[in-house]
Design a protein around this ligand. Structure first.
Ligand code: DI6
Ligand code: FE
Length: 404
């Protein structure tokens, strides 16, 4: 297998065993063997025997190297957009007015159902390309705008297909329990039955890596979500939850009882919910784009999560309604400015902790044995990635050991 060597770089490894902030290694060297990292450390400690085996050598010209970025919570595949709804709200229409006029999630469900697979591929690829252009090498993509078997299948198939046409890994999540579709209006329990029929069918087709839901008074309650989690666990699928976004519904406690990979949003998370997450090892996925776009004022309890040692991840939540965002770098800035995370916490949130939120142990830090997914940046210090909003200092991405 080809061995490649990168030198003349500063590495923010994010690895816990490197004592410096960000796991920084100055004047570093990195060796890959095929799609895996074989060695990372100080240039002068690189064993000569290993150096001799490297047939391809790269001069990183002083670049900063970080792990490939991981966007661990997106609704990337959907039809249409909601720009007109955005415009209506800015000219005085209330959310209820818009919903009565057929807007909101329902309008995206209509547009997604009407869209062909090719149309969804095209619009999703455009968004994905923007994220990849900022150094994203792994992305989670949820269904949840089809809300019927054929349309959920169409969206998950598009999500899977994107990984075949782009230098990125895709983790798919079945979010059938995102909203109650119009044909089930007023019959939420019947729709949960339908979700329970969709799940094994989609899993059998290899389209589902995890199961999510929207636990909220306007969506699915705790007993309804629990039925879905029981079914997911019976199929051996990990679960996660949109929890405590608009109110405290006790979703975090429920999710923790099912060893959820993550609870996401969490503006209304209670002490009990945070403690349950800490005990279960559940990651807190914070979504500053949705907080910003919905002009929320209640912050997720960052101090509490920190005190309890709950790992925090950061993601775009890319979706047409609450976070039409395709910049994970902007989310780094917003995590710091809006949520007061330190730049080091924010960067860990799109690398190490985002990998944990997806249950992936083979990426998110730069260390021997990990996947060779990394990004070269034209900055001196990792804090610059969080600080300079609207800039994209990416030089190059290496995906599975290949310059992408
Ligand atoms: N929470 C959100 O913020 C999005 N979904 C969810 O469960 C909103 C999705 C939309 O408005 O289209
Ligand atoms: Fe979401």
């Amino acid at each position: 297998m080809t061995m490649q060597l990168w030198t003349h770089c500063r590495i923010a490894s994010l690895a816990a065993h490197v004592a410096q902030p960000y796991g920084l290694i100055d004047d570093a060297a990195l060796v890959t063997e095929g799609s895996t990292i074989a060695w990372v450390g100080l240039r002068q400690q690189l064993p000569q025997a290993l150096e001799r085996q490297c047939t391809v050598r790269h001069d990183a010209s002083g670049a900063l190297v970080t792990p490939g970025l991981i966007d661990c919570h997106t609704h990337l595949v959907y039809g249409g957009d909601r720009a007109q709804e955005f415009e209506m709200r800015l000219t005085g229409a209330s959310y209820e007015d818009i919903a009565r006029a057929g807007g909101g999630i329902a309008s995206t469900v209509r547009a997604t159902r009407a869209a062909s697979r090719a149309e969804l591929e095209r619009s999703s690829a455009r968004r994905l390309t923007q994220l990849i252009g900022e150094g994203v090498t792994t992305i989670e993509i949820k269904s949840g705008y089809g809300l019927a078997l054929e349309h959920e299948r169409k969206c998950l198939t598009v999500a899977r297909g994107l990984a075949r046409t782009h230098p990125v890994d895709v983790c798919t999540t079945f979010l059938g329990a995102h909203a109650v579709p119009p044909e089930f209006a007023g019959r939420t329990d019947d729709y949960v039955d339908a979700v329970l029929r969709m799940l094994p069918a989609l899993q059998a087709e290899g389209l589902v890596d995890a199961v999510d839901g929207f636990c909220e008074c306007i969506a699915f309650n705790v007993p309804q979500m629990e039925r879905i989690f029981v079914a997911a666990k019976a199929l051996g699928l990990p679960v996660k939850l949109h929890a405590e976004q608009l109110s405290d519904s006790g979703g975090a406690q429920l999710a923790s009882r099912y060893q959820a990979l993550s609870c996401d949003h969490l503006e209304w998370l209670s002490d009990e919910g945070a403690q349950a997450m800490a005990a279960a090892g559940t990651v807190a996925v914070l979504l500053p784009g949705a907080f910003y776009f919905l002009r929320e004022t209640r912050l997720p309890p960052i101090g509490l999560l920190r005190r309890l040692g709950v790992p925090m991840a950061i993601s775009t939540d890319c979706n047409p309604g609450s976070s039409p965002c395709t910049s994970l770098l902007l989310m780094l800035n917003m995590a710091c400015t809006l949520f007061r995370l330190t730049p080091e916490e924010a960067l860990a949130g799109v690398t190490r902790n985002a990998a944990a939120a997806l249950g992936l142990a083979d990426r998110g830090v730069l260390a021997a044995g990990q996947r060779a997914d990394f990004v070269l940046w034209d900055v001196q210090h990792p804090a610059q990635l969080c600080y300079a909003l609207g800039s994209n200092p990416r030089i190059q991405t290496v995906f599975k050991g290949q310059v992408a």
